[in-house]
Design a binder for this molecule. Structure first.
Ligand SMILES: O=C([O-])CC(=O)C(=O)O
Ligand code: NI
Length: 238
């Protein structure tokens, strides 16, 4: 049995591309677990986000559900993930229908104090310089200046989030899914669908193989041939 901590340590060594390769090649997940259109608003040099998803659902301010305080219950080693209800999302840029920011610097300050590893906002954020000064990683669809309270409120934590993506599909994030973010963007490892040791073993082998392919290419071997020859060994890990 792998503990959540040892899984996070292992995932920290992988790029999001490595993880997408594993999800595609071992589990036929056609998206590779990638959540498109997010950009790194704050990403300290050489850093990445690796954490277990702590999810927060936002709804319209006049929704009958009471507002919840999500920020004072952020678990250690989490990735804080905020998303709007589907009808407030858009398939097209800027991917949300509201212009207000859902998240700001004070929230990052508290999340960081509680040992959260980074924040992913499927919407706008404000206080950009504050997140960067904190060295707290934040990914979002975009930026804004206005606080959220007149338009939206958090209504639930640790619930499944539905994310409308730019291909018109809906991708899900479940609480506890592993979230990884780096300069390529954000990938989620769906823990209900994936055997983590099997996935991480494949990824480790795949990274070793790609180093050999790169050496071959630098020595003049055609890329197609190098990939075919070197990658054949990976079949046994699928
Ligand atoms: O005021 C808010 O709701 C959000 C904000 O700017 C912060 O967290 O700093
Ligand atoms: Ni603020």
């Amino acid at each position: 049995m792998s503990s959540p901590m040892s899984i996070l340590q292992k995932l920290r060594k992988f790029s999001t591309c490595d993880i997408s390769d594993g999800l595609l090649n071992v589990y036929n997940i056609s998206t590779g677990g990638y959540f498109p259109n997010l950009t790194a608003i704050s990403l300290p040099p050489g850093s990445s986000i690796v954490g277990a998803a702590y999810t927060v659902l936002f709804a319209h301010a006049d929704d009958p559900r009471p507002a919840v305080n999500y920020i004072d219950s952020v678990p250690p080693n989490s990735a804080l993930v905020l998303a709007l209800e589907p009808h407030l999302q858009s398939q097209f840029h800027p991917f949300v229908k509201i212009t207000q920011a859902m998240y700001g610097g004070l929230m990052s300050t508290r999340a960081q104090f509680l040992k959260c590893n980074g924040t992913v906002v499927f919407g706008r954020v404000r206080d950009v310089d504050e997140h960067r000064t904190l060295n707290h990683p934040v990914f979002a669809y975009g930026v804004g200046s206005c606080a959220p309270k007149a338009m939206v409120k958090a209504v639930a934590t640790n619930v499944q989030l539905q994310i409308l993506t730019s291909d018109g599909m809906t991708q899900l994030i479940h609480p506890g899914d592993y979230v990884v973010g780096d300069s390529n963007g954000i990938v989620c490892v769906p823990v209900q669908e994936v055997d983590i040791p099997k996935l991480t073993t494949y990824i480790e082998k795949s990274i070793e193989v790609d180093i050999l392919v790169s050496e071959d290419i630098k020595n003049g071997v055609p890329a197609k041939q190098a990939q075919k020859d070197r990658r054949s060994v990976l079949k046994q890990y699928i």
